[in-house]
Write a protein that binds this ligand. Structure first.
Ligand SMILES: Cc1cc2nc3c(=O)[nH]c(=O)nc-3n(C[C@H](O)[C@H](O)[C@H](O)COP(=O)(O)OP(=O)(O)OC[C@H]3O[C@@H](n4cnc5c(N)ncnc54)[C@H](O)[C@@H]3O)c2cc1C
Length: 315
């Protein structure tokens, strides 16, 4: 049996940030992830200045690709709308997540968590790991959420976002970051995110139930969108290896703690309501839980921003 004060299930931004803070507080922590890092993560990799601030990352100290945009370029219902945003950034997730996890400086075990039980004051994970505090950072299908929260805090299907995207090496012709909201009545938005060193991320996400009620799948929206990008000369028409993933945006109510078990990041369904931004809520919630364990402060929705716009606007 491997004993640790805290076991964190999932080594994405939520889990690694929580581990990083706990390590600073001198609390023994291990991270379990089913994948070996560096691992791929479907994500556009857009991050706000706030993410760098929370993670105490100075741009010049980040050793991998960090793309800077002077602003984001918005379109609503097919029309260009000039909105001046603060400087924004993009990372490549397989690099960023790996670097954050290494920086946390805790033991990481490659292990797919299946069965969790509570025994007196301890949580026992797959009969192999024992801890007093358990943090669920395993994303949408986190086993900690499934074991302790799913019955008490069932998520509403109305908050489920369906996405498709692709990131690939491409001779990028336009280095601006574009966003198209509600294009062809998509209940969400599509993006064009060019990255440094010749990579392009394009994708879209929208509310799954709303798409269904319009009788359209995300793939249908995607076909229209990729043709538009082709017409605009932003991509070449080519067969793309699209990938899909679902995650939850934030609900009004819900619990984030049960006993000494916590959920953070996508496991808690914390992505912002307006942009589906999940990285900032993930790192914020990771830090909050580390502080709850080490200092006893309250961990609640109130401490995590639910919108992206106030943070990205140039005020
Ligand atoms: C297409 C798409 C584009 C996006 N674009 C952006 C964006 O540009 N900006 C932004 O802020 N957000 C974006 N998001 C949201 C963002 O990717 C997530 O909100 C963020 O990754 C959440 O971090 P996390 O640490 O909670 O979960 P994750 O990053 O998903 O990490 C969870 C980890 O848990 C591990 N795990 C899962 N199950 C188990 C198990 N049983 N046992 C052990 N380990 C397990 C996984 O391997 C994974 O490493 C996007 C999401 C999608 C789908």
């Amino acid at each position: 049996m491997i004993d640790s004060e805290v076991v964190i299930v999932g080594g994405g931004p939520a889990g690694s940030t929580c581990a990083w803070k706990l390590k600073q507080k001198g609390i023994s922590t291990v991270v379990l992830d089913k994948k070996t890092f560096p691992r791929a993560k479907i994500c556009a990799g857009w991050i706000t200045p706030e993410v760098l601030r929370i993670l105490e990352i100075k741009k010049e100290n980040y050793p991998y690709s960090l793309t800077t945009y002077g602003s984001l370029h918005f379109h609503f219902w097919g029309r260009k709308i000039p909105i001046l945003t603060r400087r924004q950034y993009a990372v490549r997730r397989f690099e960023f997540d790996h670097w954050l996890l290494q920086r946390a400086g805790v033991d990481v075990y490659q292990h797919e968590v299946k069965i969790i039980r509570k025994e007196f004051n301890y949580y026992i994970v797959d009969d192999t790991y024992r801890c007093r505090y358990l943090v669920g950072a395993g994303g949408t299908y986190c086993p900690v959420y499934k074991t302790f929260f799913a019955d008490r805090y069932p998520r509403s299907a109305r908050h489920l976002i369906s996405t498709v995207e692709i990131e690939y090496a491409f001779n990028v012709r336009d280095e601006k970051c574009y966003l198209w909201f509600f294009e062809n009545r998509l209940p969400g938005y599509a993006w064009y995110v060019p990255k440094k060193d010749g990579f392009l991320n394009i994708g879209m996400g929208g509310k799954l139930l709303a798409m269904k009620s319009r009788g359209k799948t995300i793939r249908r929206y995607w076909d229209d969108f990729s043709q538009k990008l082709g017409r605009l000369g932003l991509i070449c028409q080519q067969e793309q290896q699209l990938q899909g993933w679902n995650y939850y945006i934030r609900q009004q109510h819900g619990i984030l703690r049960w006993g000494n078990a916590f959920v953070v990041g996508d496991a808690a369904g914390l992505a912002t309501l307006d942009m589906g931004e999940g990285i900032r809520p993930a790192v914020q919630s990771g830090i909050m839980v580390a502080r709850t364990i080490s200092e006893g402060i309250d961990y609640s929705h109130a401490t995590i921003g639910k919108y992206s716009f106030p943070d990205i606007l140039f005020l």
